[in-house]
Design a protein around this ligand. Structure first.
Ligand SMILES: [Zn+2]
Length: 333
């Protein structure tokens, strides 16, 4: 893994240089009601899906990065190997984020625009998990149709990151180049791997086959490289064989989208707790052990798929304990 940013954090630029603005009014009000739960630390299930479309934008030099979300799902406390369900629930209660059925995972996507191209990072589960399928609505809210997306980077071939590539058996982004790490393309299209995999991974295997068939403009990524000026692939192998991140860098500022390096409640405080969908737990843990201290020492601004929307923050070391520090992204000047 390389240095997360080449200039910005090494030179200690203040956080306030990250400009930001709230787009639309959708953020206000979302998520407030559950805080009124009658049970301390446990939020009540909402009566109906949130109808607003949350959007958040920041500027990274000449880039506009818009955080979008396809929705959410609550992951059972038993999905975190390395800790007992009771331990995970206790941690969630302590953080006032416990839900009746588990840990709430957002499914955030990030749109990167440089004035010429529109590059989407991940496509969401698109209804295949939990309360999801909102990404098209989120794009429409900023005036974009799916055929205006020039490229999609899929950070790995789990269904919650690529489901939205296919709608009704069709290519959902007809003009998009598609970037996926070759190790994941090989793994998730291997019949032997599929036949030996548990049921909960079968959807990802099926989707991977469809994606490869429906996207002739798929470019398999081999190692770290720039895919557009200022937009680079970062190798974060572990969660899956070809798990990658995306670094956006310009004008001394940078943001790294790290996908599934960090899960809510359990990370970054521990590296030895994983997630059910990781087949190679040792590899996933090894990457966390490398990544969390590096991210903390560089003060890297991070975007993470499953953290609370908009998923922007930093890993910070507080008296030896790794913590997630939400980025002060809004209304910056
Ligand atoms: Zn994921």
């Amino acid at each position: 893994m390389p240095q997360l940013s080449r200039r910005a954090f090494a030179s200690g630029l203040p956080l306030g240089l990250i400009g930001g603005s709230l787009v639309g009014s959708g953020l206000i009000g979302s998520g407030l009601a559950p805080a009124l739960s009658a049970t301390p630390g446990v939020a009540a299930a909402p009566a109906a899906p949130v109808s607003v479309t949350p959007l958040a934008q920041i500027r990274i030099g000449r880039f506009t990065v818009t955080a979008l979300t396809d929705g959410y799902a609550d992951m059972p406390y038993s999905y975190f190997p390395g800790r007992t369900p009771a331990e995970v629930e206790q941690a969630a209660v302590a953080q006032f984020t416990a839900r009746p059925s588990g840990v709430r995972f957002l499914f955030n996507q990030y749109l990167v625009e440089d004035g010429e191209r529109r590059i989407l990072i991940d496509a969401g589960p698109a209804g295949s998990i939990g309360q999801t399928g909102a990404l098209p609505q989120a794009l429409a809210a900023i005036g974009l149709q799916r055929d205006q997306i020039d490229a999609v980077v899929v950070t790995h071939m789990h269904q919650d990151h690529m489901g939205g590539l296919i709608i009704g058996g069709q290519n959902n982004y007809p003009n998009a180049e598609l970037y996926i790490d070759r190790r994941d393309v090989i793994y998730w299209t291997d019949p032997a791997k599929r036949s030996g995999a548990p049921d909960y991974l079968q959807t990802s295997f099926r989707m991977a086959g469809e994606v490869v068939r429906l996207y002739p403009k798929l470019q398999a990524i081999d190692g770290e490289r720039e895919i557009a000026r200022g937009i680079s692939i970062v190798d974060l192998t572990g969660h899956t064989p070809g798990h990658i991140g995306v670094r956006i860098e310009d004008g001394g500022l940078s943001l790294i989208m790290v996908s599934d390096m960090i899960f809510p409640v359990v990370h970054p405080g521990a590296t030895d707790v994983g997630f059910l969908f990781e087949q190679d737990r040792a590899a996933a843990q090894a990457m966390r052990e490398r990544f969390f201290p590096r991210a903390a020492s560089e003060g890297a601004l991070i975007a993470a798929t499953h953290m609370p929307f908009p998923g922007l923050g930093r890993v910070v070391a507080d008296r030896g304990q790794m913590c997630w520090q939400v980025a002060d992204w809004a209304l910056q000047t």
